[in-house]
Design a protein around this ligand. Structure first.
Ligand code: NAD
Length: 482
């Protein structure tokens, strides 16, 4: 059976304690590889490698760093098929999605930050009349930690490590133990691209053990984390007494607000995607649909018809648009929320049942589920399910829609469907979300700030925001005589 290894100091290494975890293929329910169950010893080793690489890497010219990042991007692109197949097998997502979205975006992350670093600038402030000149010196932080989740494995892993190394840091990174394969394969690409050893170290293992060791390491200066809100809370508690810089990208319960004046067919097609893409396991999925009363009946009918037509199958079948959920544990969690919704008196308009896929009977397949609710305070409306489950509730007017949309503890993204410009501006200002999409969804320009408000996180990634996070600003004030 294949053994995934840690990538430390430019080479693949077994875990020091010799312990391994099982890695499952969600489409078949079988164990297909083993991954290191790393401990604080492996993290310490990775840290030492990163520390030793730092002086040289942080003094490497911007042009050279940029060239290496772009080489990594090219190699990811050249290995698109292999990486996409590995991602689909490891995560359960349709191969078509991994090929069209996950892997191209992983490549784009390296290419984008390889270019962005050449344009990154700091500020200067001349204190006119006082004969002083201030400038901001931005230096890499040193050794930083990056921890990523399982839903978009290589996509989110590279979204963190690319800006970190572009800015001149060295990294100890941990992908999710549920989906470690593509981060493992990235190791080979890093060596082939000529990334100096120790600049990016990849340690595999569980959150409470390997992840915690990264966060608790006294000399790892900053942590960039994407994952659940509860985990983020725990990380913040560990890191706060050490005054570490933190970027936390956490959970969401995003509203998708549909007004009667929208472009109906476009809204319908995109709403199917924003509800169920990646089996609904995207932090940005619009899991709470609010539809204006006057079109609610028609919308429910049309939406359910489109959802019922989605093909649920194994990730490698080209017809598949809904693959397997990521794990047995997660499948059970999602199912438990469907039960909670029923107990709360919600109405299942479609789905909610397990699916047996021929030849893949032990895989984790679930029908996409559409649930009608009339109480915004019920658990299915308030808590993150992170699966193929969407709720529908009606509203009477804009004011009510806004109130319902903001009435959760999360604030990651929101989608609005309307052709009214004034309403667009009003809602954009008042929605409590880090990202507002109007008449579109998951439309990303990597230069824009990305992140959430409220319990969806702290800090922003993307563009220069990420490069600012991974650098320490210092004000230098020079007095001069004229
Ligand atoms: P998770 O919090 O369980 O795990 C995320 C990562 O943190 C994993 O690598 C895990 O091993 C690690 N981890 C767990 N406990 C840790 C600890 N105590 N210390 C350090 N690291 C620890 O999340 P998940 O189940 O992998 O991912 C799903 C969650 O991620 C959802 O809540 C989803 O909304 C969120 N998410 C957010 C964004 C965003 O950009 N805001 C993007 C994708 C996913």
């Amino acid at each position: 059976m294949k053994k995934i290894k840690n990538y430390i100091n430019g080479s693949f290494q077994e875990p020091i304690a010799g312990d391994w975890l099982d890695n499952y293929n969600p489409s078949t329910g079988e164990i297909y590889s083993h991954i290191p169950k790393s401990t604080s010893k492996d993290v310490a080793k990775a840290y030492e490698a990163a520390k030793d690489a730092f002086v040289s890497w942080s003094n490497t010219t911007i042009e050279e760093r940029s060239k290496i990042l772009i080489r990594i991007a090219d190699l990811i692109e050249a290995n698109l098929d292999t990486l996409a197949e590995a991602e689909a097998k490891d995560n359960g997502k349709p191969l078509s999605l991994a090929k069209a979205v996950d892997i191209p975006r992983a490549s784009a992350n390296f290419r984008f930050f390889g270019n962005a670093i050449t344009q990154f600038a700091s500020e200067a402030h001349e204190s006119v009349g006082l004969n002083t000149m201030n400038f901001t010196l931005r230096s890499p932080m040193g050794v930083v930690g990056c921890i990523s989740p399982w839903n978009l494995p290589l996509y989110l892993f590279t979204w963190k490590v690319a800006p970190a190394i572009a800015a001149g840091n060295c990294v100890v990174a941990k992908p999710s133990e549920v989906t470690p394969m593509t981060a493992y394969l990235l190791g080979e690409i890093l060596s082939e691209a000529g990334l100096p050893k120790g600049v990016l170290n990849i340690v595999h293992g569980t959150g409470p053990e390997a992840g915690q060791a990264i966060v608790a390491h006294p000399n790892i200066k900053a942590i960039s984390f994407t994952g659940g809100t509860k985990t983020g809370e725990h990380i913040a508690r560990t890191a706060a007494p050490m005054f570490k810089k933190l970027s936390l990208e956490l959970g969401g319960k995003n509203p998708n607000i549909i007004f009667a004046d929208c472009e109906y067919e476009k809204m319908l097609a995109v709403t199917v995607k924003s509800s169920f893409a990646n089996q609904g396991q995207i932090c940005l999925c619009g899991s709470r649909i609010y539809v204006e009363e006057s079109i609610a009946k028609q919308f429910k009918k049309d939406f359910v018809a489109k959802v019922a037509a989605l093909y649920i199958g194994n990730p490698f079948n080209s017809k598949t648009s809904i693959g397997a959920l990521v794990s047995q544990e997660h499948l059970e969690k999602v199912e438990s929320y469907i039960e909670i919704a029923k107990d709360e008196g919600a109405k299942i308009l479609y789905g909610g049942e397990r699916v047996s896929v021929k030849g893949f009977e032990n895989g984790y397949y679930l029908q996409p589920s559409v649930i009608e609710v009339d109480d915004n305070k019920c658990r299915i409306q308030q808590e993150e399910v992170f699966g193929p489950v969407v709720t529908i509730m009606t509203f009477k007017n804009e004011e009510e829609a806004l109130q319902l949309a903001n009435d959760v503890k999360y604030g990651l993204s929101a989608t609005v469907w309307t052709n009214n410009l004034d309403r667009t501006m009003r809602l954009s200002k008042q929605l409590e979300a880090g990202i507002v999409w109007v008449n579109t969804w998951l439309n990303r320009d990597l230069r824009t700030p990305f992140g959430g408000m409220k319990d969806s996180g702290v800090g922003r990634e993307g563009g220069f925001e990420a490069l600012r996070f991974f650098t320490e600003p210092k004000n230098v004030c020079i007095s001069y005589n004229l």
